[in-house]
Ligand binder design. Structure first.
Ligand code: ZN
Ligand code: MN
Length: 471
């Protein structure tokens, strides 16, 4: 089945203040309508002032997506009325957006990487938020909260290059990853990314599903739409061009209105804002762009000999990438990759916590210690996993958990191996001891204990050493 999907992704930018006023953007968990002023409430006569940092962030995003930045940016009024937009128009960009023509590479499953073209990147203000009592089609009334009104959004519009709902989800994940690398976006914040999805099947008109606010929601809404449109076409009916709403709790899309056309919005330049010339800032902003996931992935493969799969898993989230590099720069890059990409990530997913959160409990040095115990045979793989789990659930340090939970491989073998290694490495001390210098024994005991990362009992080590060196 020939499916074409295009996305319009609205991402909230992490500025301190709103796009056209100085109200704080820190509205999550705030009482409704407490982060507002005349400008973001849209009261008559209030004048907008552009937030410079928001524009810089928008340019940063466009550059990271490989877009061509436009020399001049002009804000427009998009006219429509909705209770979350009391002034009757949204300030957005139209003919002169920040940028055109970018590219995002997605690791589409089973296939090799695919390139999704970005049509344009522009900036606009977020409207307020309607809170329905019940669902959108059953609520008898709704409430409105203007705290979100005026939050800077960057809108990223793709060409209809996506081929499946799953690929759409993978694309959004990649986009999120890139935006988070830039430190301009936090995907964990509720509603930080909202998506309008256009979808058409061969032989039908396209339908637009508006305002999907979760990554999983996008995949589900699109799957629902494919089935709905397929059934219409199969029965010889037409798919109408229309705007639909996705009901997250029921997993269905519902018709909101027949699609409006661009000319219905009567776009015109916002007379209260001057055109912005950005060409002289581009190079400066380009220098602020860090190494992005695609480059990092290639470097990890080259530098640490990782598989593509591990490199993907380790670079997707920049906090995991940073964690991996801190560990791998100290010990065993390949073993670290396996234990972070496969084990640690699995434990994080299971607990639904992010690496950023987990890094308050488990430091790179802790992980280094765990892998060292493992490599030296002090603990088994099961023991290592148990330590990781304990640290994530209750905190604590590897050494202490190892002792408290009795995870050390009990073993005379381990001590035996350590004694053998120490004897071979310290011939001089062994000779000293055999020549009657008893302090040499203390030194050797110390070396063996150190070799087992402090897990061997010094008394037992002393007894065994004496026995061995007599022979
Ligand atoms: Zn305000
Ligand atoms: Mn928009």
């Amino acid at each position: 089945m020939d499916v074409k999907i295009g996305l319009e992704c609205h991402a909230q930018l992490l500025t301190q203040s709103k796009l056209f006023c100085s109200c704080s953007t820190d509205y999550h968990n705030a009482e409704p309508n407490t982060h507002v002023c005349a400008t973001c409430l849209g009261l008559p006569g209030a004048l907008p002032v552009v937030n410079e940092r928001a524009i810089r962030y928008g340019i940063k995003v466009a550059l990271a997506l490989g877009c061509t930045i436009q020399p001049r940016v002009i804000f427009y009024r998009k006219n429509y009325y909705y209770p979350d937009l009391p002034r009757g128009f949204q300030i957005t960009q139209y003919e002169f957006p920040i940028a055109f023509n970018g590219l995002v590479r997605v690791e589409s499953d089973g296939e090799k990487e695919r390139e999704i073209r970005i049509k344009r990147v522009h900036m606009e203000e977020d409207p307020g938020r309607l809170v329905y009592r019940g669902t959108i089609d059953t609520a008898t009334y709704s409430l409105v909260d203007y705290n979100r009104s005026g939050i800077p959004l960057v809108e990223i519009v793709t060409e209809p290059d996506l081929k499946s709902p799953k690929e759409a989800r993978i694309f959004l994940g990649k986009l999120r990853s890139i935006l988070e690398y830039l430190s301009v976006f936090d995907g964990d914040l509720e509603g930080a990314m909202r998506v309008d999805a256009n979808i058409s099947l061969k032989g039908g008109e396209r339908a637009e599903v508006k305002n999907i606010s979760s990554y999983k929601g996008v995949e589900k809404a699109l799957s629902f739409e494919i089935t709905r449109q397929k059934n219409l076409l199969r029965r010889g009916l037409t798919v109408q061009q229309e705007t639909r709403h996705y009901d997250e709790t029921r997993g269905v899309t519902l018709s909101l209105r027949t699609k409006e056309f661009e000319h219905d919005y009567r776009y015109f330049p916002e007379p209260d804002l001057v055109p912005i010339r950005i060409s002289n800032r581009i190079e400066e902003i380009r220098r602020e762009i860090p190494e992005l996931p695609d480059e990092k992935k290639l470097r990890f493969i080259a530098q640490y000999s990782l598989t593509m799969e591990h490199a993907n898993a380790l670079t997707f989230d920049r906090h995991i990438a940073d964690f991996y590099e801190s560990v791998a720069s100290k010990i065993y890059p390949k073993l670290s990759a396996t234990w972070i990409a496969d084990v640690l990530k699995g434990e994080l997913n299971y607990r639904a916590i992010s690496m950023r959160e987990a890094s308050k409990r488990i430091l790179p040095d802790d992980f280094v210690a765990i892998l060292r115990y493992l490599k030296k045979g002090v603990i088994t793989e099961r023991g290592a996993t148990a330590i990781i789990r304990e640290m994530l659930d209750h905190g604590g340090k590897p050494e202490e958990i190892l002792t408290r939970k009795g995870l050390a491989r009990i073993g005379s073998e381990v001590i035996e191996e350590a004694i053998q290694a120490v004897i071979e490495e310290n011939e001089a001390a062994v000779k000293d001891y055999q020549a009657g210098k008893s302090e040499a024994l203390n030194f050797l005991v110390g070396q063996v204990v150190k070799h087992t990362e402090g897990t061997a009992d010094p008394k037992e080590v002393r007894r065994r050493l004496e026995e061995k060196m007599k022979a």
